[in-house]
Every structure is written in structure tokens, then in C-alpha cells.
Design a protein around this ligand. Structure first.
Ligand code: HEM
Length: 534
């Protein structure tokens, strides 16, 4: 039963990929034929429109119309690189005309705070119009992609209560088990294969944390049919949710391309035949089972928060997609970065060893103060290579003016995560990987994210009323993985055919919609012979 639906989801995914390729080709042909470069004429608050248009055409040698509207931002080495270059020159907020949509890209955290937090009542909507809102969220259910209305607020409040620290802490054993198992698998695969691409092992581990806590199930490995089934859904969800995914949202006229290519039907089928049966089954098995899990908390809150079965399906698919991919992507970047900085790893090992030697065991999350360098390294990794290029877009529901910048109602508001984290006014010498910059701010990421803007560490978890409700879970999970990694092994670059180490390219990335993945890489987790753990 599971096996057949996993093939179904895989086929769907293949079909949908083909569809979006067809769609892009058609869009390019139509737009090239009608000289539609003008569809995304750009304007800036500080410079003239022509300056920006010239820039776009200089950087995009053979414009294929709206295809580039999204990929414009991915043409640099890292998604967001290109627009970050523009913003260095043009200022912390620029306006892009994307068909009928107006996008504001924001690269200054202080300004982002004024827009998203101070003016949060009018800047917390989502701009998803078509497939996501009609099919994925059943016209407004769940948390991630829905408008900031009363239903969203109710569902978000329920999600916040089930992801609250005291509730997450009840699952500490699960988190420890998965962290141990992940590190042991990474070392085991290095021992057996020499080196490995860790992404599926990471995805399976992150998925297991959210899957066990949410519905009381876990996958055995990346070959488990349930893993394949869920990741097909997660990958598709990440693509659908990317800021640039919705061509007809930019230009309603392009809806006919969706009709021609059957995209609409394909999405509907994906939701009806893949997502809904999968989550209905997971919810049923969880609620009928003995094990404690978050879905049971949701069911208990169902009446109070007026949630029906569809609400449960959408919110569970939100949590599983948001929880699985983001953490694995963040850890994957940490491996790439730290394989390039052996001295940083040496200090990490010394810090973990000192704790283990003093206490005879690894630290708990509550003892994190005793590992300030590990915390600073995690924060610096997330600053240096942000998990998402543009967070999840917000939308203005009214005309607003912030510091003389007029933002009309309906504008799409985008955090340029790379721009913010490479902003030299906030992080001196931003291109240098330097964990010491965070040694003075080792408070938890969730406290920093929900506190005063001057005390924020980084901006990876977004803003204001929409800020990520999974920060505590993410942070605890990453902390336990870190402690085990450096107590047990050294992260080393892969070996070339000549037996010499080949550094992993820290700038090579791939755009996966909402998240930015490192380009596929090989790495080694070499067991320590001097590990303090017996
Ligand atoms: C390193 C890990 C993570 C990162 C970097 C991350 C990042 C983000 C970002 C940027 C947003 C959008 C915020 C905004 O619109 O301003 C978001 C929203 C969200 N995240 Fe996370 N997230 C992570 C982990 C998690 C986990 C573990 C969960 C839950 C299991 C989760 C659940 C959600 C949900 C439900 C939303 C939607 C909130 C809303 O729209 O009201 N995230 N996250």
C-alpha cells in the first residue's frame, strides 16, 4: 500500500517537473515572440528605472521573458547573490515590477523590522493566489501559505502551543536518539564508502524528528518507502512555495499556459492522490496508536480552535515540510562550511571535550551556556549561508509609508536573506566566516528572534506575526547533533583520485524553491581516536 503510493508520488513529481519545464518553454516562446522584456521593467527608489533595466539585461544574456523573473535571483553563485549585488549599489530597499506584481526586496534588518514588525498588522499577509491557496491550503487552511486572517491566527496559535518549548522538551529522548543515530550513520557510511553525500541521511534524520514527534512514526533509512513518499511531497511543496513558482500570478494572461500544460490538474491530482491520502493515513494511525505525539494535541485542541479534518491535514503537512527540509539544509551547509575550517572544528572539539571530561556525558540543551563557542559557530554558519534565499514572502494589505518609502497595498515584501546577512552595517567584514562575532550574543535563537531588533543574532527565522514557530525545535535538534558530531568525529573534505583532499566549494549552491541547498558534495566524517566518549 505504502509502496504503491510512493511510486505514485514519484511519478507525480516527475510529471509535474516535466509540466513546469513545458510551461517554462512555452512561456519563453510566447514572451520572446512578443518582445516581453518589458513585463518586468524594474524601478528603484534611489535610481532610475533605466539603470536597473540595463543591469538586468547585462546580466541576463538571452532573456526568455518571465522565466527569468524567478531565476534572475539565482544567477549568481548563491541564490540571492545577484539581487544582493544590486542592493549594495542601489540601497536597502528596491522595487521590482514582476508582471502585475510589485516586489519590494529588503536587505536592511532595521528597515525589515520597521516594515514587518512595527507595521506587522498590515504586512503579514501571504501573496499566494492560485495553486497553493486553492489546492494546497483548501482556500485558507493551515499556517504557512494562508492569508493572515482569523482562521490563520487560530491555527497558528494551536501550532505555537504544540511547538512550545515545554511540549518539545517532552520529546527530548526522540531528539537525542535521532541525533545519535544520524552521527553514527554518517561515521558508518564514511567507514564503509570512504566519503558520502550526506543529504538524504540528513533529510531522513530531520524527518524522523518531526515525524516521530508529530505522528509517532519514523523511517528506517533513506530507502524506506515512507521516506520516499514524504520527501516527494516535501520537495514538491518547497518548489510550489518558492517566491517565483507561480507564473500566472505574475501575469494572469499566462493562465492559458497552465491550462495548455495541464498544470492546474496536475496540482489538484497531486493534492488529491498523494498529499491527502498520505496525511489522512498518518493522522489516523497516530490518533489510534498508543504513542504520545503532537497530532494528539491538535486533536485535543480541535474543538477549541474550530479545526476540521482538512485543517489537520494542511497543518500537519505544513509542519512536516517546514520541519524536515529546513533543518537538514541548515546542517548540510554547516558540514560544507566547517569542512573548510579545521581550526574552528579544533576549538569545537576542545569545548565539547572539556564538558564531557568534567561531567562524564554530553551536555543537555539547558547546559548550552557551557558551550558558547558551539552556539556562536551555529549562528555564524546560519548567517554565512542562510537557509532560505528570501524567507517566505509577505504581502501588504494596505498602502504604507516607511521612512519615506511608499509601499502600495498588494505589494509582495521579500526579505533578501543573503543581503541582510552580508550587510556590513550589521556584520562588519561580512564575507569573513568569524564565529567570534556571536560570542557576545549566545542567547537562544528563539529568544533573539522574538526580542528587540538590536539583540537579534540572525534573521533566518523571519519576522513578526509570521515568525517561524519551529525555532525552539530546530535549535534543540541542531544543538544535539553538533555536540555529538564534534565529540565523535572530524568533518573532512573528500579525497580526489590522487588521494589528496579536495575542498568543498562553499559558494556552489542550488535553488530548491523556498530553501537554498549546497550543490551536491561529498564529505567525510572521520571517527576520532581521541574521543572523550567511551
Ligand atoms: C533551521 C530551521 C528553520 C528555518 C531556517 C525556518 C525558517 C522559517 C521562515 C523564514 C519562515 C517564514 C517567516 C516569515 O514569514 O517571516 C518560517 C515559517 C514557518 N516555519 Fe520555520 N524554519 C525552520 C524550522 C521549522 C520547524 C522545525 C518547524 C516546525 C516543525 C517550522 C514551522 C514553520 C511554520 C508552521 C511556519 C509558518 C508560520 C506562519 O506563516 O505563520 N519551521 N520558517
Amino acid at each position: 500500500m505504502r509502496l504503491s503510493s510512493s511510486f505514485l508520488s514519484f511519478e507525480h513529481q516527475q510529471e509535474m517537473n516535466k509540466t513546469s519545464d513545458k510551461q517554462i518553454a512555452l512561456a519563453a516562446a510566447v514572451l520572446a515572440a512578443t518582445c516581453t522584456g518589458v513585463y518586468y521593467a524594474l524601478s528603484s527608489m534611489n535610481k532610475t528605472k533605466n539603470d536597473l533595466i540595463a543591469k538586468v539585461y547585462k546580466d541576463v544574456p538571452s532573456p526568455k521573458g518571465l522565466y527569468y523573473a524567478g531565476h534572475l535571483f539565482s544567477l549568481g553563485e548563491l541564490p540571492g547573490h545577484k539581487v544582493t549585488e544590486w542592493q549594495k549599489e542601489l540601497g536597502p530597499i528596491i522595487k521590482l515590477k514582476m508582471g502585475i506584481q510589485t516586489w519590494f526586496m529588503i536587505a536592511d534588518p532595521q528597515l525589515a523590522h520597521e516594515i514587518f514588525v512595527t507595521r506587522g498588522l498590515t504586512t503579514s499577509d501571504r501573496p499566494y493566489h492560485t495553486y497553493i491557496s486553492d489546492f494546497y491550503s483548501y482556500g485558507g487552511k493551515g499556517v504557512v501559505f494562508t492569508k493572515a486572517d482569523k482562521r490563520w491566527k487560530r491555527t497558528r496559535t494551536a501550532a505555537l502551543s504544540v511547538l512550545a518549548p515545554q511540549r518539545v522538551n517532552e520529546f527530548t529522548d526522540v531528539l537525542l536518539y535521532e541525533a545519535d543515530s544520524l552521527v553514527d550513520q554518517l561515521i558508518g557510511r564514511t567507514n564503509s564508502d570512504g566519503q558520502l553525500n550526506p543529504i538524504t541521511t540528513l533529510q531522513a534524520a530531520s524527518l524522523n524528528v518531526i515525524l516521530t514527534t508529530a505522528v509517532g512514526q519514523r523511517v528506517k533509512s533513506a530507502d524506506d518507502p515512507l521516506f520516499i513518499e514524504i520527501m516527494a511531497f516535501v520537495n514538491q511543496g518547497m518548489k510550489m512555495g518558492g517566491a517565483e513558482a507561480d507564473l500566472s500570478g505574475f501575469l494572469p494572461i499566462l493562465t492559458f499556459i497552465d491550462v495548455l500544460t495541464g498544470k492546474k490538474n496536475m496540482f489538484r491530482k497531486f493534492i488529491d492522490n498523494v498529499r491527502d491520502p498520505l496525511f489522512t493515513r498518518l493522522i489516523k494511525e497516530a490518533t489510534e496508536g498508543e504513542q504520545d505525539c503532537l497530532i494528539k494535541s491538535f486533536v485535543a485542541l480541535q474543538e477549541e480552535y474550530e479545526l476540521d479534518h482538512q485543517d489537520l491535514i494542511v497543518v500537519m503537512s505544513d509542519l512536516i515540510a517546514a520541519g524536515a527540509d529546513t533543518i537538514s539544509v541548515s546542517l548540510s551547509w554547516m558540514f560544507v562550511i566547517l569542512s573548510n575550517f579545521p581550526d574552528v572544528q579544533k576549538k569545537l572539539r576542545a569545548e565539547v571535550d572539556a564538558f564531557v571530561n568534567a561531567h562524564g556525558r554530553l551536555p543537555t540543551f539547558e547546559e548550552r551556556d557551557q558551550l558558547p563557542y558551539a552556539i556562536a559557530v551555529q549562528k555564524e554558519c546560519m548567517r554565512y549561508r542562510p537557509t532560505t534565499p528570501f524567507g517566505i514572502p509577505h504581502m501588504a494589505t494596505e498602502d504604507i509609508t516607511v521612512r519615506d518609502h511608499f509601499i502600495p497595498k498588494g505589494s509582495v515584501l521579500i526579505s533578501n536573506m543573503l543581503g541582510m546577512h552580508m550587510n556590513p552595517d550589521v556584520y562588519p567584514d561580512p564575507e569573513t566566516f568569524n564565529p567570534d562575532r556571536f560570542l557576545a550574543n549566545t542567547r537562544t535563537m528563539s529568544a533573539a528572534a522574538n526580542g528587540n531588533i538590536s539583540q537579534r543574532d540572525h534573521y533566518n527565522f523571519g519576522w513578526g506575526r509570521r515568525i517561524c514557530p519551529g525555532i525552539h525545535l530546530a535549535e534543540v535538534e541542531m544543538f544535539h547533533v553538533f555536540a555529538r558530531l564534534f565529540a565523535k568525529c572530524v568533518i573532512a573534505p573528500p579525497l580526489g583520485a590522487d588521494g589528496k583532499e579536495r575542498p568543498i566549494d562553499i559558494n556552489a549552491a542550488q535553488n530548491a524553491g523556498i530553501v537554498t541547498l549546497p550543490a551536491p558534495y561529498q564529505v567525510r566524517f572521520i571517527p576520532r581516536t581521541d574521543s572523550p566518549l567511551k
